[in-house]
Design a protein around this ligand. Sequence first.
Ligand SMILES: *[C@@H]1O[C@H](CO)[C@@H](O)[C@H](O)[C@H]1NC(C)=O
Ligand SMILES: *[C@@H]1O[C@H](CO)[C@@H](O)[C@H](O)[C@H]1NC(C)=O
Ligand SMILES: *[C@@H]1O[C@H](CO)[C@@H](O)[C@H](O)[C@H]1NC(C)=O
Length: 404
Amino acid sequence: MQQKIATVLLGLLWLVALASSKSLSNPLADNEDAKLTVPELIVKYGYPVEIHNVTTSDGYIKEVHRIPYGKRCGPAEGKKVIWLQHGLLGDSSNWIVAGPEKGLAYNLADECYDVWMGNYRGNTYSKRHVSLDPVADKEQFWSFSWNEMGLFDLPADFDYVLNFTGTDGLYYVGHSMGTTGFWVCMSEHPEYNAKIKLMSAYAPVSYTQHMISPIALIAPFNGEVEWLLAMFGLYEFLPSNAFMDLIGQTVCHQNSTIKDICSNVLFLVAGFDSDQMDADLMPTIMGHVPAGASVRSLVHYAQGVISGLFRKYDFGRAGNLEIYGQVDPPEYDISKITAPVALYWGENDWLGVKSDVYRLAEQLPNIQRKYRIDHDKYNHLDFLWAKDNVQLINQQTIEFMKNF
Ligand SMILES: *[C@@H]1O[C@H](CO)[C@@H](O)[C@H](O)[C@H]1NC(C)=O
Ligand SMILES: *[C@@H]1O[C@H](CO)[C@@H](O)[C@H](O)[C@H]1NC(C)=O
Ligand SMILES: *[C@@H]1O[C@H](CO)[C@@H](O)[C@H](O)[C@H]1NC(C)=O
């Protein structure tokens, strides 16, 4: 019992420390790439960029970033369209901060893909709504988890990009929650399966039973954690980048002698791999992430740690009866995810744990590939910016997509 309480307290402390980071100022910011927006960064590195606004059927306005062509091939009709979807606490910067040589978005543009990068509701680029204000109406605005991202965000994104480009299908790469939203979308709106040429799932997350991370620590608290955080007025998880900026500019300074500690502390949430950690990128990365998330997205994952099931949000007995007409939340029907899927997983991933990934793989009806990244310490965030990603993952993905 004491251990359980200690665990809960630790989880809460972690949440509150990160969530209250808003008040810290950042007098030391001196890294240009940390401060540029995603479109500004893309322009800086010599690629064309477009900004699109997509409005969901429930009123969220999301910014989408497009790199229509790369350095080896110009604009053309009928290019292959690819959608990149970031994970928890991430944004479209995840696909470009590694720079033009290693960033997946740039590599794909140079392979002649028409690259679109989504931003889920609630992150840096998608804090807008047709009628709700993220601050004044915070309780309503932030009452979503990745369930709503799969139900509303991705269908709106897909409709928009398919219409805009005039193509009948797209390639999809999702990381972490970018995969979770995809599973929700395809199981709840099965008509979208036919529009997906190949889903490349990086660090796939559906079942979270074996998750090892502070998200798992909040699990014993279940519904109450959200209530508690709501008391603090924290509907939004991680309201600002200021705290991370501060760490990024001080502890993780390029010349700092304690860079390793920095990566230890920061990467506690998602696993740690010093081999593939590019310390020089840290100030830039931390200028962009964490990019904002709702508390409910974390709680929803934590619920899966306890239930061992991949199912809808648990509102508690009374809430569930009212919303679902049953005591327990319904499970997502994985058998409806008929789009072709390639799974990419890391041995040292604390969030997309091998046993959970394998359980998903057994139930997915159209598995094309189950690929273990060829590096023993490869972790959850390595998928985005590990030193050797061109060989470890980018080329793997691009080569395999040629079959579809
Ligand atoms: C997207 O929305 C913003 C804010 O309303 C607006 O300034 C911008 O012009 C819009 N962009 C496009 C391409 O419609
Ligand atoms: C479809 O795309 C065209 C531009 O290619 C645009 O003019 C039109 O408004 C779009 N329709 C919808 C429903 O988004
Ligand atoms: C970091 O060290 C390099 C070489 O020692 C130096 O040129 C550079 O100015 C230093 N950067 C900062 C921000 O102190």
